[in-house]
Design a protein around this ligand. Sequence first.
Ligand code: ATP
Ligand code: MG
Length: 240
Amino acid sequence: MAGRDGRSIGVISAKGGVGKTAVALNLALSLMRDFKKRVLAIDAHTISPNMSLYLGIIDVIPPGLLYALRDPETVRESVYIHSSTGLHLLSGSLTSVREVDLTNLEKVVSTIRGEYDFIIIDTAPSLGDSLRHILKACDEVLLVVNPWLPIVVTNLKAIKIADEMKTPLKVVLNKVGRSREEMSVREVEDSLGHPVAVTIPVDLEVYRGVEERKPVILSNPRSPGSAAIRKLARMLAGEV
Ligand SMILES: Nc1ncnc2c1ncn2[C@@H]1O[C@H](COP(=O)(O)OP(=O)(O)OP(=O)(O)O)[C@@H](O)[C@H]1O
Ligand SMILES: [Mg+2]
């Protein structure tokens, strides 16, 4: 179904473990389920591709992204359709231990974007070449941070690189409400020099969704974490 103009949205952070994959996967599913969008998810965290793991895909599925990066013209054949959710996925390799060159990611995205409304790209924590390739391939990025000083401060560099590359950026503040000592939304905004687009609370159901391989937006759509991710999806869907 050509003729769409898939908006490519990268989910990035300079730090690991902040919730990039949880946000990317549940956002992709919410755009599909709640807002009836055609969505492709790309797992571009080539060292530790967790999207398929979080979906409970236990079979060895073809590492679609690696094939597509080698020859972007083959990208359509490399898309895996997850049977229980219907999500279209370009997965990473579960066995590869080498970092993969993402130079061709932009080409992969431009080859297939006409068939989707959104292309959601999960990424590795990076401030290096892989981040630059991601930024090139994306119309926009979601910067995921937690309200803790080292994470916020390190991500100032991600904002600087996105600004240099003129890639629009929204800040997603995840895992809010864990401790009284954490930074307030205002402090995060002042430190980053960017408004926070959405706050996602720390929510045991989000965590459980990952552990049980049933993404929270499907298993517990009314939990506070799901509601926040749906709000983000609504914001993005409304901008199309
Ligand atoms: N809002 C939340 N509430 C509770 N737990 C969360 C929340 N968001 C993420 N988590 C948990 O935090 C852990 C890390 O999340 P996730 O794997 O999405 O991070 P990541 O940024 O993708 O990590 P990596 O950089 O290693 O790819 C997981 O156990 C996940 O369940
Ligand atoms: Mg991840």
